[in-house]
Design a protein around this ligand. Sequence first.
Ligand SMILES: Nc1nc2c(c(=O)[nH]1)N[C@H]1C(S)=C(S)[C@@H](COP(=O)(O)OP(=O)(O)OC[C@H]3O[C@@H](n4cnc5c(=O)[nH]c(N)nc54)[C@H](O)[C@@H]3O)O[C@H]1N2
Ligand SMILES: Nc1nc2c(c(=O)[nH]1)N[C@H]1C(S)=C(S)[C@@H](COP(=O)(O)OP(=O)(O)OC[C@H]3O[C@@H](n4cnc5c(=O)[nH]c(N)nc54)[C@H](O)[C@@H]3O)O[C@H]1N2
Ligand code: SF4
Ligand SMILES: [Mo]
Length: 733
Amino acid sequence: MDSRIVARQCTLCEAHCGILVTVEGERVTRIEGNPEDVLSQGYICPKATAMGGLHHDPDRLRTPVRRVGDRFEPIGWDAAFREIGQRLRGIRRAHGPSAIAMYLGNPAAHSSSVLYGALLRAVLLTRNFYTASSIDQFPQEFAAWRMFGSNVLMPIADIDRTDRLVILGANPAVSNGSVTTMPDAKQRIRRVRTRGGKVVVIDPRRTETARLADEHIAVRPGGDAYLLLAMLQVLVTENLCDTGVVRARCAGWDELRSVVAEFTPERAAPHAGVDADTIRTLAREHAAARSAVLYARIGVCQQVTGTLTHWLVNTINAVTGNLDRPGGQMFATPPVDAARFAKYLPMAHGAWTDRSGRYKSFRSELPVAALADEILTPGPGQVRAMITYAGNPVLSTPQRGRLDAALESLDFFVAVDMYVTETSRHADIILPPISPLEREDVNLLFPVFSVRNNLRYDARVFEPSAQGLEDWQILARMITELVPLPARRFTTRALNGLFERLSPMRMAALGVAAGPYGVLRRGRKGLTIAKVRAASGGVDLGPLRPRLPSLIGTRDRKVHLAPPDFVTAARELLASAHEAPAAGSDGYDLQLIGRRHLRSNNSWLHNVPAMVKGRDRCTALMHPADARERGLTDGEPVTVSSPTGSIVVTLEVSEEIRAGTVAIPHGWGHREPGVGWQVAAALPGANVNLLHDPALVDPLSGTSAVNNTWVRVQRSAGGATPRDEEATALSRR
Ligand SMILES: Nc1nc2c(c(=O)[nH]1)N[C@H]1C(S)=C(S)[C@@H](COP(=O)(O)OP(=O)(O)OC[C@H]3O[C@@H](n4cnc5c(=O)[nH]c(N)nc54)[C@H](O)[C@@H]3O)O[C@H]1N2
Ligand SMILES: Nc1nc2c(c(=O)[nH]1)N[C@H]1C(S)=C(S)[C@@H](COP(=O)(O)OP(=O)(O)OC[C@H]3O[C@@H](n4cnc5c(=O)[nH]c(N)nc54)[C@H](O)[C@@H]3O)O[C@H]1N2
Ligand code: SF4
Ligand SMILES: [Mo]
């Protein structure tokens, strides 16, 4: 049989590891790491093979479908777009542009089709634009915007050169790095230690990453802001800061010092759940190291103190002289230098709000916590139609379990997705893109956040069928339907023709040619997409280089250490620290946090058998002392309830989690009627977001604080197992 090997990337997570895909006949028979890949150097995780599984998955939609009663029937592309155009234009005419909402999910960021997602968003002119970012990295963007003048300036941990790596609320050994792209994070972490450096992990769970570290500090969930404020107090009072650098490059130093002056490690200790000596040592060692970096990610984003924590992380790195220097926090010089221009975009925090006035827009979108209310609450401005693109908000966002009913109540709903998911099952029309292995691409986003400057190319493994469309083509056709056109019947074709010539690949080629390494700047030796395509593992563009002065977007061109709203919030937090730490109430006595598994990726790899074989992954992880106290045993079904909702999952007892804390992964709960992913639908597990109160957010950025829910865990009534209908019944409440 014909056999061939194609080099491309796995596009499932930010690492975008280089893979070699072996195809025999029409089937993928092997996926292995590409040793020539300039960033991943042969590494892959077990998820890489899912790229083949997804491609061949019989449940993956290959043609558009339309809902007829409670079934979906195939429909042609032209008919689908015609109907979408008519329905959406009608709703916009009757109720205004904000009556159409759009939700953009995580996989959108993994292909350059996202450019058309942004264009569709712009054409919609809606206030109701939502993305997964408001349950993800918004606090980091918000802190970057206020400190450096642009949300894109989220600094990267220079892990390959640091002498001291301190990780808070991230588990790169499993996630392979986020907002610091680091394929084979495990190896990179080990190398910090083999070259004589030190690794510390601050996390309520003794994670896969913590097991690689010199030291694990089991912080109380939500305790990080206190811990960091006290670290700063030590740095300031013991004169451990690099004041030369601070005075030359930063503003707000005096204000910052006055905020933390009184907040000793002793005062922080009960709130952080970490003893004072440990906090003091953390501060001293950070200052003493030749280079050091605090790296924080989603665990601390999803807290009411999300933005404050990321501000303090950046601040501690800055005042110890570790900002914009090798081994510290740095900024990439990517082939398309987005950060240079992003500072000119208006961020306009609070340009509008949701109708309740509680949630402010940030970078032109509303926090996703407002979504169900904006659909369900009647009155002027109510959302009547919805477009989802590469997202599964029913499983991935907290909505008090009302998003199913909300989506069902819409006048019209179109989902751009290749599965009938918990979300898209409510759609009137589902538009599936071709499989990732059928697209050609260069990703320009992740080089902005990678540990080395690079550009890599994704080759097509299979030719798409003649009818197959990429996401950007689907989105372009929707844009055409929505742009006000004078004589629609005649101009539609012209506009579609124009878009066909403006493929993201073409735009990327232009961007790269005009970028810092491009032919337009460097002449014949410069970088082109053709050169990247010709190199099997992409092009390495060298280590990160100091460059903040050329990027910074604040008016005075200084790093702002004390943005007034952050200072106010910090003072409020410190004032409340006079009281005892929060301890839950009404019997809600455990703090719930999330976790990720190496073979899972948010909600959508659970239909690939190789990714879900073995034991139930959606378990509640609990410390033995907590289990004993409740008379619970490993492996039994338990009911986990919060004031917001209740689910049934299997209990997993383990020393690895801090007492008083339970951890349950998100993205599960597929046993819903009508979902099309049949492997997933047969799995145990429940939707943990049913437990989270959407009203609980980081007040600065509006990010859902899903690592801050108090729950109660009890033996499941009647000994029901999570495979029973009970889990389904509860999750549909
Ligand atoms: N409680 C809790 N909730 C969380 C989190 C948490 O830690 N705890 N994490 C949050 C985070 S970080 C994230 S990023 C979100 C993710 O939240 P979402 O982005 O809403 O959800 P995903 O699970 O990534 O679902 C992606 C959907 O896109 C589809 N898809 C995959 N590839 C493509 C493609 O190329 N094109 C199109 N059109 N569709 C595609 C899949 O079939 C799937 O339905 O979840 C968030 N939710
Ligand atoms: N295998 C796999 N890889 C993935 C994903 C996946 O689902 N599976 N998802 C991808 C996505 S969309 C993202 S955004 C990234 C996320 O990448 P990471 O940020 O590395 O994500 P997590 O593994 O969720 O790590 C968060 C950690 O925070 C801890 N934590 C929770 N609350 C607190 C707290 O209050 N303080 C502290 N200090 N720690 C806390 C948790 O115990 C957990 O270990 O991963 C990406 N990579
Ligand atoms: S870490 Fe795994 S899932 Fe992520 S890109 Fe690499 S192989 Fe794919
Ligand atoms: Mo994410």
